[in-house]
Design a protein around this ligand. Structure first.
Ligand SMILES: Nc1nc2c(c(=O)[nH]1)N[C@H]1C(S)=C(S)[C@@H](COP(=O)(O)O)O[C@H]1N2
Ligand SMILES: [Mo]
Length: 258
């Protein structure tokens, strides 16, 4: 039976599956594989055989889209990300961005306004005192970066569902998009936006959010990988038009669940 080559999956297909699943978080990868089953299942779902580079790319992009669909389908809007004790907080907490720490943009508190646009009853520009006056909550959760590290941190801020309610968001819209001071951008599905742990974070470890971690505000989403946690957010848009993202547009899986 070990000599029966016909029963072995083609090497390329294995590589493709590896690459595709490497884009997923640990937990969603396990669930994805459980649901997808065998490599036979993969070619069944993608409907094409893998033989050259062009089709490898086609399969990858199909798998990525399939991942988005599968992950959205597997996402339980009520399932909470694990929370931790204060003693488990990672110190110092790592910094990461698409540039070095000394290039973090400086944002002035007085001038800062959070622009809210799109499918909302009250498009507005929110000042920091206005945001700080909204109900606040705290979380100690794990941030997981696809680059292979994770860290536990404490964030405080406005539950995002509360914020969506205040701006009169059309919660039947598909996406919420975020634009940042450094022109980084990302977007999430509405179910994740409404998740009880998704937060407009203004504080980190009991202090005002430091610039490197996203001053004046970041969106903290413990059910999503690091690249879907935008820092220094200056604009939020509720929309049915797919907004994509900085890393997502370069091939990272859009759903990016963990
Ligand atoms: N504005 C902005 N937000 C960003 C990024 C970035 O480059 N710019 N990088 C993302 C990535 S890949 C990670 S892992 C986290 C890192 O957040 P931290 O510096 O708080 O650890 O920020 C995310 N949000
Ligand atoms: Mo990351």
């Amino acid at each position: 039976m070990f000599n029966d080559k016909r029963k072995e999956p083609p090497v390329d297909a294995a590589l493709v599956l590896n690459e595709a699943t490497a884009q997923l978080g640990r937990f969603s990868r396990r669930r994805f594989l459980q649901h997808l089953g065998t490599l036979g299942g993969l070619s069944l779902l993608t409907g094409c055989s893998i033989s050259d580079d062009a089709s490898v790319e086609k399969v990858l992009s199909r798998v990525s889209k399939l991942n988005d669909t599968a992950q959205a389908w597997l996402f339980d809007p009520q399932r909470l990300a694990p929370t931790y004790h204060e003693s488990q907080i990672t110190r110092p907490f790592p910094f990461n961005a698409f540039y070095a720490e000394n290039k973090v943009p400086v944002v002035s508190a007085d001038d800062f306004r959070l622009e809210v646009t799109g499918r909302v009853a009250k498009p507005a520009a929110w000042s920091l005192p206005e945001l700080n006056a909204l109900p606040q909550a705290e979380q100690i959760t794990r941030h997981i970066c696809v680059e292979g590290w994770s860290a536990i941190g404490r964030w405080g801020g406005v539950p995002f569902a509360t914020f969506l309610e205040r701006i009169g968001a059309d919660t039947s819209a598909k996406y919420v998009g975020f634009m940042c001071e450094d022109n980084y951008f990302t977007s999430i599905d509405m179910a994740t936006a409404l998740h009880p742990q998704t937060q407009l974070a203004l504080r980190f470890d009991g202090e005002i959010l430091p610039p490197k971690y996203g001053y004046p505000l970041k969106v903290r989403i413990p059910t999503k990988l690091g690249y879907k946690n935008p820092k220094q957010v200056r604009a939020i848009s509720v929309t049915n038009i797919y907004p994509g993202g900085y890393w997502e547009n370069q091939g990272y899986n859009w759903f990016g669940g963990c």
